[in-house]
Design a protein around this ligand. Structure first.
Ligand SMILES: Cc1ncc(COP(=O)(O)O)c(C=O)c1O
Length: 445
């Protein structure tokens, strides 16, 4: 008999996927400008350190927020004892205002419908726990964030079935792809409880069109299932077409207060838009009071500390600052995206045109030895071990076409020397390596 439970020791964590293996390789040999200039550059972790200077400047001007003070008076004891799992009302109000603003105030959010969680990871697991039984299935458009295999399935016992999207229409969701995924679930005798989308998409860096959102609403109405929209990148949209939240579509179609309205849930977090994954601040927004009540009880397992809630309630209540931050961060993201795309272009590598997020979906199909996932892994190993860049292969995101890779836009503190160096190194290393690769193909012929 093993010491660990079957649940703890099974492989549902997904630790063996190339997504996590790349991290492990990076940790063994991390790049450092002085101590390890030939080390691996980390481009596989969706971190946004691009606007830390703005947050640091705000903290310097508003020291009370981090020092547990209100109007110069210590509120340490109040925060140390706070344990209401409904969360600090001031924080929930500031958070929903921020969420509305990111959506151009075209929709509003009620703070009583929000449940705070330790990041979007916990939000996604909690909502899944609330709406799915073991072996119930959720349909997810591919390619999708590799962490979902762990977050949605491991402890809940739920299943994920892919909605296969392809490069032929820029990986947009189609009615036939949804129908096909649903049929596959039925074939496997799985009950489909819902669809989960990421808008804007990780790894594509694109927003979902209104037409596709309409399709999804029609489908969940027809099948009487849930729709979870992970909108963790909603504040990162830097060019048109703009971001359309699923909540806007419901409102525009006058579906508020209907049964469909109650089956749509939004997941959010401050890990990407504010670049604070270490603070562990996430949320579920649901129109169904029973889901809100169940998720609130569940949230006891992953609460956000009162100190963090207090600090962020002050920060997000500063309307002028939050607007400035979001606009500036989006401009910086756009600048990075242009730089990366043109660097890759010089190396004859194309990308899916993107308008959001922290990454590019890079097309390296022409560099594969054959049109197979084995060839993709072979190429990925060469990129990690020879070029020393950790990027995520499309297969780790369940992409159905070999040869696509997710690459971060090199997000290190914009002021650091190391960033300038790795920024220069990223495309430069690729260019050098590609010419070597072409040379070796040529030599073999
Ligand atoms: C689509 C998506 N959802 C959830 C998460 C997890 O975010 P958090 O750090 O808030 O748990 C990530 C992180 O990369 C993500 O890309």
């Amino acid at each position: 008999m093993g010491l660990l439970s079957r649940k703890a020791s099974c492989n549902s964590h997904g630790q063996d996927s190339s997504y996590f293996l790349g991290w492990q390789e990076y940790e063994k040999n991390p790049y450092h400008q002085l101590h390890n200039p030939k080390g691996i550059i980390q481009m596989g972790l969706a971190e946004n350190q691009l606007s830390f200077d703005l947050l640091e400047a705000w903290l310097a001007k508003n020291p009370d927020a981090a020092e547990c003070k209100r109007d110069g008076q210590f509120i340490f004891r109040e925060l140390a004892l706070f344990q209401d799992y409904h969360g600090l009302p001031a924080f929930k109000t500031a958070l929903v205002d921020f969420m509305a603003e990111i959506r151009g105030n075209r929709v509003t959010f009620d703070p009583n419908h929000i449940v705070l969680t330790a990041g979007a990871t916990s939000a996604n697991e909690t909502i899944m726990f609330c709406v799915a039984e073991q072996r119930d299935a959720f349909l997810l458009p591919t390619p999708y964030y590799p962490g979902f295999d762990r977050d949605l399935k491991w402890r809940t016992g739920a299943e994920i079935l892919p909605i296969h999207c392809t490069s032929s229409n820029r990986f947009q969701i189609t009615a036939s792809a949804i129908e096909e995924a649903y049929r596959q679930a039925q074939k496997q005798k799985l009950r489909v409880k819902g669809i989960l989308i990421t808008n804007p998409s990780n790894p594509l860096g694109t927003t979902i069109t209104r037409a596709a959102l309409d399709l999804l609403i029609n489908f969940i109405s027809d099948k009487e299932i849930h729709l979870i929209s992970d909108e963790i990148y909603s504040g990162t949209v830097f060019s048109s077409p703009g971001f359309v939240s699923i909540m806007e579509v419901l409102k525009d179609r006058n579906l508020e207060k209907t049964q469909v309205w109650e089956r749509v849930h939004v997941v959010y977090s401050l890990s990407k838009d504010l670049g604070l994954p270490g603070f562990r601040v996430g949320a579920i927004y649901s129109n169904d009071p029973t889901v809100v009540a169940a998720a609130t009880k569940m949230s006891s397992f992953g609460l956000v500390s009162s100190q963090t809630q207090y600090l962020l309630s002050v920060l997000l209540s500063d309307k002028k600052f939050r607007n400035y931050y979001i606009a500036k961060n989006q401009k910086r993201l756009q600048k990075r995206q242009r730089k990366l795309v043109s660097g890759l272009d010089k190396a004859s590598i194309g990308c899916l045109e993107s308008n959001a997020g922290l990454f590019c979906w890079v097309d390296m199909r022409h560099l594969l030895r054959s049109n197979t996932f084995e060839a993709e892994m072979e190429l990925w190993e060469r990129i990690v071990y020879d070029v020393k860049l950790n990027i995520s292969p499309g297969s780790s995101c369940h992409c159905s076409e070999p040869g696509w890779f997710r690459r971060l836009k090199s997000f290190v503190n914009s002021k650091s020397h190391q960033e300038l160096k790795s920024l220069r190194n990223g495309p430069h290393r690729i260019q050098k390596w590609i010419s070597r690769l072409f040379q070796s193909f040529h030599d073999q012929r």
